[in-house]
Design a protein around this ligand. Structure first.
Ligand code: UD1
Length: 418
């Protein structure tokens, strides 16, 4: 099994180009089932994207990948469509459940494996199913599968989500595109990746209006045949490298971002004390010797993202005083804490809140990655630790970070895959 070896304490300097967003690409790939001919650019070529492509091929979509151009072409000739998403493809990547909305709305039926829990929490799909039922789907669960049917097609409705969910908003939004009439979704997630999905769906010719957390969709039975779309940048990847810059950056330049999308994260890093300048979507960050404690709560966008919680915690080990992070989205997302403690961090957890006592000196150790973002937090810890750190189970990292070692090495980090 592959591991990452990091020799810490090397100041980082250089330029990092941010890849396209994995979490925007996944629902857009699922929504591509609705169209005939789709061309996606700025696609991050990471494991989760390849798994979604496998799933689309299984369903009957023809997919071509142009690796150098970061482009994917998808063609749906509507022949030999299999409205099934099997367990073997959904179990490794929960976003597989997003094909439910598109299959159901276009082909009036779908059988999709229940994704099950994962390391960061139980992660049910009840809100997805609640919304699809409101659109008229008959749904039953049998043998670990969601079996959904809408013999006469889906019908628009007013749906208020009981709590904010990114995936459920995406599934309902896609399903409403080919439902009959108007759908009004309220209490929606409004993550930038959802806005990118809406931009894509509008290119298909669907009328969609958004105001606050309300999204109004006018369904259309047939959509435009050919669509080109450039995927938005990965704000979590950008946030991760900004934190690397705040930790050990002599001068890191982050490119290919829209700074307004991550203004909250930039504000928090500035408050901690990192030296940041933003010029025309190019962000420069340098570490500061005097970093101050901060309290952060993870929330749906525009709040601070749960997907950056583990990385921010590493930075908090270097700030002066007691910082706090309350994890409000997932119930079990502190699994990086025992590993960070083994490297010398002083952290206490009580219920949903972690208290981080800083600054502490981190020392390299052999550590175990448990999920995507926890893994990258251990890499960040390795970059500032004495001696060498070995991060095990890095297949988690490969699910979501494109060219991680290459990007860090370009900034003088000593990191290699063994
Ligand atoms: C997406 C992101 C993930 C991110 C998360 C929160 C993708 C592919 N993944 O995941 O990286 O961490 O948003 O920003 O975009 N919930 C229910 N029932 C449901 C659905 C969700 O109880 O039917 C709960 C979840 O367990 C969780 C919370 O709602 O506690 C938010 O989850 P959700 O926003 O749905 O996350 P995902 O779409 O799975």
């Amino acid at each position: 099994m592959q591991k990452l070896l990091i020799k810490g304490k090397k100041n980082l300097a250089g330029s990092i180009s941010i890849s396209g967003s994995k979490n925007a690409t996944l629902p857009i790939l699922a929504a591509s089932i609705l169209a005939k001919d789709v061309n996606l650019t700025n696609v991050p070529l990471v494991k989760d994207i390849f798994t979604m492509i496998e799933l689309l091929k299984f369903i009957g979509i023809k997919v071509k990948i142009f690796k150098k151009k970061k482009t994917i072409q998808l063609k749906n000739s509507n022949k030999k469509i299999n409205t099934l998403a099997p367990y073997k493809l959904v179990k490794t990547m929960r976003a597989g459940v997003l094909v439910l909305g598109s299959l159901l709305t276009k082909y009036k039926k779908a059988k999709v494996s229940l994704p099950g829990g994962c390391a960061i929490g139980t992660r049910p799909v009840d809100i997805h199913l609640f919304a699809l039922k409101k659109l008229g789907a008959k749904i039953k669960i049998k043998d670990g599968y969601i079996i959904a049917e809408a013999k006469q097609g889906l019908i628009g409705n007013k749906i208020r989500f009981p709590s904010i969910s990114v995936g459920a908003t995406e599934n309902a939004l896609i399903a409403a595109c080919s439902a009959e009439g108007k759908t009004v979704l309220s209490n929606c997630a409004i993550e930038p990746e959802i806005l990118d999905l809406i931009t894509f769906l509008k290119k298909l010719g669907i009328l969609i209006q958004i105001s606050g957390r309300k999204i109004i969709i006018n369904g259309k039975k047939s959509v435009k045949k050919k669509v080109n779309h450039k995927i938005i940048f990965d704000r979590i990847e950008a946030g991760t490298y900004l934190i690397a810059g705040a930790l050990i950056g002599k001068k890191i330049i982050i490119r290919n971002v829209l700074s307004r999308v991550i203004k909250n994260e930039i504000k928090i890093l500035k408050k901690i004390g990192a030296k940041i300048t933003v010029k025309k979507n190019i962000i420069t960050i340098t570490k500061s010797k005097n970093m101050k404690k901060i309290n952060v709560i993870t929330k749906p966008y525009p709040g601070f993202p749960t997907d950056l919680q583990a990385q921010l915690m590493v930075l908090m080990t270097q700030t002066k005083g007691v910082s706090k992070i309350k994890e409000n989205i997932f119930e079990n997302r502190f699994m990086h804490v025992p590993e960070l403690k083994r490297m010398g961090a002083k952290i206490e957890i009580q219920n949903k809140t972690a208290r981080i006592f800083g600054p502490s000196k981190l020392t390299g150790a052999e550590v175990m990655a448990t999920d995507l973002r926890a893994s990258v937090s251990l890499v960040l810890a390795g970059l500032i630790a004495d001696n060498r750190t070995i991060v095990n189970r890095i297949y988690h990292l490969d699910r979501g970070y494109e060219f991680l070692e290459k990007k860090l090495k370009k900034c003088n980090a000593v990191i290699k895959r063994i």
